[in-house]
Write a new protein. Structure first.
Length: 691
C-alpha cells in the first residue's frame, strides 16, 4: 500500500506516511492511541487508506485551513489561522489541508482552533475518530500507441482528457486532474479499451502537423476536448461557439492565453462549489468582469468556456498565477512520448526552433572571474578534455521554470528525458528515513562538505539518514551509487573519463543500475555523468556544463542544499541558487526537475524578498509549485491581518509588516529570504544587522 499509518515513538499520536512520494505528516494526541484499519469508502471524498483511533483531541503541528462538512456534504464551518469555532453535536467530515491530503470523520461536538503555530481539534472527551488519507502520487492508467502520422497523433492526444476526475471547475485543483495516458510510438494507432474522453462538447480544430498538436496538448487535456483536423486552428463547442486560436501574437501565444484564462476563471468559479472561500484573485477581478460565478458553476463546461472567453485577456492577465513551467519541444514524433508528463504539469508547450551552437555562451564577466581568481577549478586536470557538444538556447519565457525536450544540451533550461519519467513511475515504496549520501573526493573541498553536514537532516519534523564518505575508490563509489538513496551530493572532480577516485576514474555509464533518486554533481563538466545516472535509474539531478571555480561551486552547493532541505523541487532550487554565483549559468537540471528531496515545512515552498520602508518592511512572497501542490493549489499567509486565500504559484502579494510582525513571521519555518540581491535564511536572519 502507498499510504501507511504508524504510531509515534517520541510522543503520543500517529504518523501518516506516503511511501512513494516520501511524504510524512503527524497527528498528535494527548495519550497513546492504537490505530485500527477501517473502510476507506466511508469518507465523503476519496481516500486511499483509513484507520480509527480513540482520542479526546488531535493537534496538527502546522497551521492549516480546516473545513467542516455535515453528513450531506454541506460546509458548516471554515477555520483559518487565528480563528476558532465550536461545532455542535452531529456527524461530520473534517477536511484538513495538510501536505498529505487528510480527512477526519467523527460523530461528536468539537472545537477547532488555529493559532500562530498549530491546529487543534478538541472533542472534550474520548471519541472515535476515523482518519483517512489520499496520496498525491499519480501515474498513467494506460498506454496509448500512436504512429508518427499527425492524424493518429491527434487521436492519441485526444485521450489525455480521459484522466480528468471531474469536468466541473474543481478540475482546476491539481488533485482532480489525473495523469494522462502514456504514449509510445508503434506501427498503428491503439487506444486501450476503457480510455474514454469525457463528452464535454468542446473541440479543437488544428492543422494536421506535429507542432500544432504538441502546443495544443495541455489545452486539449484540460478541456477534455476532441482534437480534429481543420484549415486553421480554432476552439469550437457543440452550441456553435467559435474562438480562433490565431491571435495577434500567433498561434502558440493564443493557445497559452486561452489555457491560462480558462484555468484562472475556473479557479474563481469553483469558489461557489465545495470550498466557498475568500479568494484574493476573485475579489480583485470580479468588479471588472460581467460574470455570474454562482450561475456559471452549475452550467455545462462548454457554456462556461464560451462565457469565459467573452472576457478580454488583458482584464485578467495580471492576476493569472505565474505558470510553473514552459516546455520547449523539438516537434518530432519521438518526443511525443514525453508529452503526457509535461501535460500532467499543465505546462505551456513551445515549439520554437532554438538557436543552435557548438559551445556555451560565456559572458565577459564570467571570463574575467576565471582570469582574476586565484581559486582552483573543479576540473580533474589543468586541461580537461574538450567534448564537442551541440547546445541549444530556448527562448526565455515568463514562467518560473524552463525545460527542453529534444537533442542537444540546453542553456538556461532543464533537460527532460523519457528515462527520468519512467524511473519515477517505477519508484519503489520506502518506509525508512530520508537517505542522503554525501561524497567528498578532494580534501580541498572540505568547506562544502561541512556545510552539507550542517544543513542536511536539521529538520525536527523529518527523520534523516545521513552518510558522509571521503576519498572513495572506484569500487567504493560504485557501491555507494548502487545503494538506495533519496539524494546523492558529490563534491569533487569529474572529467571525460568519469568521477575522479583514489585509484582512477569511474564512468557511471558503465554501471548496470544505480540506486540514487536525485543528485547534485558539484564538479566541472558533470553533464554526461548526470545523464548516465538517469540512464541507470535516477530521476533527476543538478549538473554543470563546463568548468566551475571552487568558491562559486561552494556557494551554489550550499544554497541548493538549503533549498532542497526546505522542500523546493530541483528546478526551483536551481532557479534561485543560480543568482548566488556569477557561474550559476553553468548549472542545469537533467531529468525530472519537479521532484523534491524533502517535503516543505508548510504546503508550498516560498521565497521572501524584503525591503525596508520607513518603520515598516515590504515583504514580497513568491511561491513555487510542487508536484504535490501544483497549479490550482491555494495558500494563505500566516499573518494576522492578511488571511485571504491566494492561488499558490509565482508572485503572491506584497505585505507591509512591522518589525515585530516580521520577526514572528520569519521564525515560523526555515526558508530563503532575499535582501538587496543576497539570499539569507529566515531562522538565522538578524533584521537589525541587515537593515
Amino acid at each position: 500500500m502507498t499510504l501507511t499509518f504508524t504510531t509515534l515513538d517520541d510522543r503520543p499520536g500517529i504518523e501518516i506516511i506516503d511511501r512513494i512520494e516520501r511524504q510524512r505528516y503527524r497527528l498528535h494526541t494527548p495519550s497513546p492511541v492504537s490505530p485500527t484499519p477501517v473502510d476507506a469508502d466511508a469518507f465523503h471524498f476519496p481516500v486511499g487508506s483509513a484507520v480509527a483511533i480513540r482520542t479526546s483531541e488531535i493537534v496538527l503541528p502546522t497551521v492549516v485551513p480546516v473545513y467542516v462538512r455535515d453528513a450531506e456534504g454541506n460546509m458548516v464551518a471554515e477555520v483559518k489561522q487565528f480563528e476558532a469555532e465550536a461545532v455542535p453535536d452531529g456527524s461530520y467530515s473534517i477536511d484538513l489541508c495538510t501536505r498529505i491530503k487528510t480527512y477526519l470523520r467523527a460523530d461528536a461536538e468539537f472545537e477547532v482552533s488555529v493559532d500562530m503555530e498549530q491546529t487543534r481539534i478538541d472533542f472534550g472527551e474520548p471519541t472515535e475518530v476515523r482518519v483517512g488519507a489520499r496520496s498525491r502520487h499519480d501515474r498513467p492508467a494506460a498506454t496509448v500507441t500512436t504512429t508518427e502520422d499527425p492524424l493518429d497523433m491527434m487521436a492519441a492526444v485526444e485521450t489525455f482528457g480521459s484522466a480528468l476526475k471531474t469536468t466541473d471547475p474543481e478540475r482546476s485543483y491539481p488533485t482532480l486532474r489525473g495523469h494522462p495516458p502514456a504514449l509510445e510510438l508503434g506501427d498503428s494507432l491503439d487506444v486501450p479499451s476503457g480510455v474514454e474522453r469525457p463528452d464535454t462538447g468542446v473541440h479543437l480544430e488544428l492543422p494536421p502537423d506535429l507542432p500544432s498538436i504538441f502546443v495544443a496538448a495541455p489545452l486539449a487535456y484540460y478541456l477534455g476536448a476532441s482534437v480534429r483536423p481543420g484549415p486553421s486552428p480554432r476552439l469550437t463547442t457543440d452550441d456553435g461557439f467559435e474562438h480562433a486560436l490565431t491571435g495577434p501574437d500567433g498561434y502558440e501565444r493564443e493557445v497559452e492565453r486561452v489555457l491560462k484564462q480558462l484555468f484562472f476563471l475556473d479557479c474563481l468559479t469553483r469558489t461557489e462549489g465545495y470550498y466557498e472561500i475568500d479568494l484574493h484573485e476573485r475579489r480583485a477581478v470580479e468588479p471588472y468582469v460581467d460574470l455570474d460565478f454562482e450561475s456559471l458553476y452549475y452550467r455545462p463546461l462548454a457554456e462556461q468556456v464560451a462565457e469565459y472567453l467573452t472576457v478580454p485577456y488583458d482584464v485578467v492577465e495580471e492576476h493569472v498565477p505565474e505558470w510553473r513551467l514552459t516546455a520547449h519541444v523539438d516537434p518530432v514524433a519521438r518526443n511525443a512520448e514525453q508529452l503526457p508528463f509535461v501535460v500532467d504539469d499543465l505546462a505551456i508547450v513551445r515549439t520554437h526552433q532554438p538557436h543552435q551552437k557548438t559551445q556555451t555562451s560565456v559572458t565577459a564577466s564570467v571570463e574575467q572571474e576565471f582570469t582574476r581568481s586565484s581559486d582552483f577549478t573543479r576540473a580533474a586536470s589543468a586541461e580537461p578534455a574538450a567534448v564537442q557538444t551541440d547546445y541549444v538556447e530556448p527562448q526565455s519565457e515568463s514562467t518560473l521554470e524552463q525545460a527542453w525536450i529534444g537533442d542537444g544540451v540546453p542553456i538556461g533550461a532543464s533537460k527532460l528525458t523519457p528515462e527520468a519519467f519512467k524511473n519515477r513511475l517505477d519508484r519503489e515504496a520506502a518506509d525508512g528515513d530520508i537517505s542522503i549520501t554525501v561524497v567528498q573526493n578532494d580534501a580541498r573541498m572540505a568547506e562544502e562538505r561541512q556545510i552539507a553536514d550542517e544543513v542536511y537532516g536539521n529538520r525536527e519534523d523529518l527523520p534523516f539518514d545521513i552518510t558522509v564518505r571521503e576519498n572513495l575508490t572506484t569500487d567504493e563509489l560504485a557501491d555507494a551509487l548502487a545503494r538506495q538513496s533519496d539524494f546523492f551530493h558529490y563534491i569533487g572532480h569529474i572529467d571525460a573519463d568519469g568521477f575522479t577516485c583514489e585509484d582512477g576514474a569511474l564512468d557511471v555509464r558503465t554501471l548496470d543500475s544505480v540506486g540514487v533518486d536525485t543528485f547534485l554533481l558539484n564538479a566541472c563538466s558533470s553533464y554526461q555523468q548526470g545523464l548516465g545516472l538517469i540512464d541507470g535509474g535516477a530521476i533527476g539531478g543538478i549538473v554543470t556544463l563546463n568548468e566551475v571555480l571552487n568558491d562559486g561551486a561552494v556557494k551554489i552547493g550550499e544554497t541548493v542544499a538549503r533549498l532542497l532541505n526546505c522542500g523546493f523541487p530541483l528546478r526551483a532550487a536551481l532557479t534561485i541558487a543560480r543568482d548566488e554565483s556569477i557561474l550559476g549559468g553553468q548549472y542545469i537540471v537533467v531529468g525530472d526537475g519537479g521532484i523534491t528531496v524533502t517535503q516543505p515545512g508548510s504546503g508550498t515552498p516560498d521565497l521572501l524578498e524584503i525591503e525596508k520602508e520607513g518603520d515598516y518592511f515590504n515583504v514580497e512572497m513568491t511561491a513555487y509549485a510542487t508536484d504535490e501542490r501544483g497549479l490550482g493549489s491555494i495558500l494563505t499567509p500566516f499573518l494576522k491581518e492578511h488571511n485571504s486565500y491566494y492561488l499558490s504559484s509565482g508572485h503572491i502579494d506584497t505585505f507591509s509588516l512591522s518589525k515585530e510582525e516580521l520577526g514572528e513571521f520569519l521564525q515560523l519555518e526555515e526558508g530563503p529570504v532575499r535582501i538587496s540581491g543576497d539570499v539569507h535564511w529566515s531562522s538565522t536572519l538578524d533584521i537589525n544587522s541587515v537593515f
